[in-house]
Design a protein around this ligand. Structure first.
Ligand code: ADE
Length: 311
């Protein structure tokens, strides 16, 4: 199964007939994810199917190509260093579709858990935020900005550890000393038409359409707020009204919102992306991990812990 992640492998290329396709696990704007069983091994996977006709019609070729590149980059060392991402095992195609064979997350997504629980207790929110910070730190060290972090894109594996998914909006920042023409000298990505998902989008993407790793840090602030409150911080009837609130930093903490979490979130939900906690860190996010909110967390052994049951 490692034919893509390890191109030294002599495993023959897989094809659709090697799998039994089951129910739909999820649907995106130009793809459908199916539960699938590898007939030979009996193992279950999630297979993302992108219809070529649809991709061409919607001009999404760049997004699909980017998603594959990012998944391959993250999957290269998946066994040893990056447990918190869905892994790409292989890809194949037929005349009509492209297929991505991915880790199947057996416990669904974080949004569903959150909606069932209404909101999380502080320790549960802390644990999942810590896993998210750890994963985002790893991703950023590899030069990948996700740009669409939200509870729907955080899946949960058999043990309820997180698996970040959906890299269709991601951006790869080439590592210095190479700065190709698509990047600016300050490392911010060139202007693009992308905005992500309204509730989690950072102000710099709205004002100058430039994303940076700090755009993912803003999203982490929104997601933690949502885990503790039940709703994301910026909500309104229309996307336009949400954007106005984001640009004015118009949100409040409800009474009894945990105070240390409040301090942490307020250091991430900062309009100037350079002033966000972690934005000035070099090589990892020590200033985020050392915040008092994470006092009880050992980031190096998170993947060995039993995640608290989301309640
Ligand atoms: N829905 C979307 N992607 C999925 C995955 N990898 N596992 C389970 N459900 C999913």
């Amino acid at each position: 199964m490692d034919s893509e992640a390890n191109n030294q492998s002599i495993v023959p290329k897989k094809e659709p007939n090697d799998f039994i396709f089951g129910r739909v696990l999820g649907e995106g704007s130009f793809s459908t994810v199916y539960l699938a069983k590898d007939i030979q091994s009996g193992k279950e996977f999630a297979i993302k199917v992108c219809e070529k006709r649809h991709i061409l019609r919607e001009k999404k070729q760049q997004y699909v190509k980017r998603e594959k590149e990012v998944l391959m980059l993250l999957s290269k060392h998946a066994k040893t260093s990056a447990p918190f991402f869905v892994r790409l095992f292989c890809t194949f195609q037929d005349h009509s579709s492209l297929y991505f064979v991915l880790t199947r997350a057996t416990n669904g997504d974080l949004l569903t858990y959150l909606q069932k629980a209404e909101k999380f207790e502080e320790d549960v929110a802390r644990f999942y935020t810590a896993e998210l910070v750890h994963a985002v730190e790893h991703m950023h060290l590899l030069g990948v900005i996700h740009r669409d972090l939200k509870p729907e894109n955080i899946l949960l594996d058999t043990h309820r550890h997180i698996l970040i998914t959906d890299f269709g909006s991601a951006k790869i920042i080439p590592q210095p000393p190479f700065l190709p023409e698509t990047e600016n000298s300050d490392g911010t990505a060139r202007r693009s038409s992308f905005v992500g998902t309204a509730q989690y989008v950072s102000p710099e993407i709205l004002t100058d359409k430039r994303s940076s790793p700090a755009s993912d840090l803003w999203a982490i602030g929104c997601i933690l707020y949502q885990m503790l409150d039940g709703n994301p911080p910026f909500q309104a009837r229309s996307e336009y009204a949400i954007f106005q609130k984001i640009l004015k930093l118009e949100f409040q903490y409800p009474p009894l919102f945990p105070s240390v979490a409040q301090d942490f979130i307020s250091k991430l939900l900062v309009i100037d992306s350079k002033e966000r906690l972690g934005a000035q860190d070099f090589g990892g996010y020590p200033s985020i991990k050392n915040h008092r909110f994470f006092e009880s967390i050992d980031f190096d052994t998170l993947h060995l812990k039993t995640p608290p049951r989301p309640t």
